[in-house]
Design a protein around this ligand. Structure first.
Ligand SMILES: Nc1ncnc2c1ncn2[C@@H]1O[C@H](COP(=O)(O)OP(=O)(O)OP(=O)(O)O)[C@@H](O)[C@H]1O
Ligand SMILES: [Mg+2]
Length: 340
């Protein structure tokens, strides 16, 4: 049976008008998300990952940004629906969790009360019923003795527990889509792994689609079925996790893979990507990655490479597929040789 398509984002563009010029934060991004699937979005800081997701929820100020394209959620374009319909969808059908749980939990109110508030905001069900549901949820996100912890204040929770409480809050209405923006960046490594396990388990228990934003390709390797690599506001490569790791096609993806310890095989050397990402006010002409790309050649500084589908594995680069295969394999050989 075909999976249910929850989200279809088509040619999304988000340009901010600022005193310094137009920031092309998202510049033509398309992707899909099915129920039961985790899409990992990866890229360096400033590549447009958060703006892509915030716009999906229409959480950016449309007065200061030019937004075009479509965000089809179960067929409805969220960029066009009325504010009332949007309020209904947001939080209830599409939920988001952020990097810093403190930004969303108010320090003066008890954790349980804040989650109850989230239930009331939409449902207005009875107090006892809401409390029961919150305790149940706190339990399902792995908070021990949830009936007692219900009355704690945020500062009485550890960082990992606060993130669990945020996840509980995001799940109060049984959403269809859960968007997690760097949910583990502020946590230490063991807690990170627990939170990722939790998100993976909840994906099955709650039967949702998950979008997971991260800098860390190691995280993606563990939990995502599909990966989108972003650079300078564009999707430059999109593939299943298995294809992305077996045969990455874009030189930027190669750079990411080679500079991240998690996915590097033991004994091989980490190689950072030279230079830094461009300002999104002055994106370089041609391929935005060309000033940093060791494989650039004649067309790269002039022609913008289109996203070309290479057997269900779209990517945007001027190199031929034969050259890519050869270059990636040479890079792998070299890394192993240097390490030994
Ligand atoms: N409201 C805004 N007004 C102007 N520019 C913005 C606004 N929001 C984001 N930007 C810019 O858009 C670009 C993309 O930002 P975004 O937050 O999506 O990056 P990111 O990939 O999530 O980075 P990080 O990994 O650091 O979170 C950045 O250059 C940022 O400065
Ligand atoms: Mg971000």
């Amino acid at each position: 049976m075909a999976a249910e398509r929850l989200l279809e984002v088509k040619d999304l563009k988000v340009h901010f008008n600022t005193p310094d010029g137009i920031v092309r934060a998202v510049d033509g991004v398309s992707f899909t998300l099915d129920r039961g699937e985790t899409l990992g979005i990866v890229g360096e800081s400033g590549s447009g990952k958060s703006v892509t997701c915030l716009t999906t929820l229409r959480l950016i100020n449309l007065d200061t940004a030019d937004v075009s394209g479509q965000v089809l959620f179960k067929g409805r374009d969220l960029l066009k629906v009325s504010k009332e319909e949007l309020r209904h969808v947001r939080g209830k059908e599409l939920s988001m969790i952020f990097q810093d749980p403190f930004a969303c939990l108010h320090p003066y109110y008890r954790v349980g009360d804040q989650i109850m508030e989230a239930i009331h905001a939409h449902d207005g069900c009875g107090k006892n019923e809401a409390k029961k549901r919150v305790i149940e949820l706190l339990g399902s996100v792995g908070i021990p003795r949830p009936d007692q912890r219900f009355a704690d204040y945020p500062h009485q929770f550890s960082g990992g527990m606060r993130q669990r409480a945020m996840i509980a809050m995001a799940l109060v209405h049984n959403p269809d889509v859960l968007i997690a923006d760097e949910p583990t960046t502020a946590l230490d490594v063991t807690v990170q792994a627990q939170i990722l396990d939790l998100i993976e388990r909840l994906k099955q228990d709650f039967n949702v689609g998950v979008i997971l934003i991260t800098h860390d390709l190691g995280v993606i390797a563990d939990v995502a079925q599909k990966v989108m690599v972003m650079y300078a506001g564009r999707a430059i490569e999109l593939a299943s996790r298995d294809d992305m790791f077996a045969q990455p096609l874009h030189p930027y993806t190669w750079g990411l893979l080679e500079s991240i310890p998690h996915v590097d095989q033991k004994g091989t050397r980490l190689i950072p990507i030279q230079g830094s990402p461009p300002s999104l006010i002055r994106v370089p002409p041609g391929c935005p990655f060309h000033p940093r790309c060791p494989h650039r050649f004649e067309p790269c500084d002039k022609d913008v490479p289109e996203l070309v589908d290479r057997g269900g594995h779209p990517e945007a680069c001027h190199l031929s597929i034969e050259d890519k295969r050869r270059l990636w394999s040479e890079r792998e050989q070299l890394r192993k040789k240097v390490a030994s």
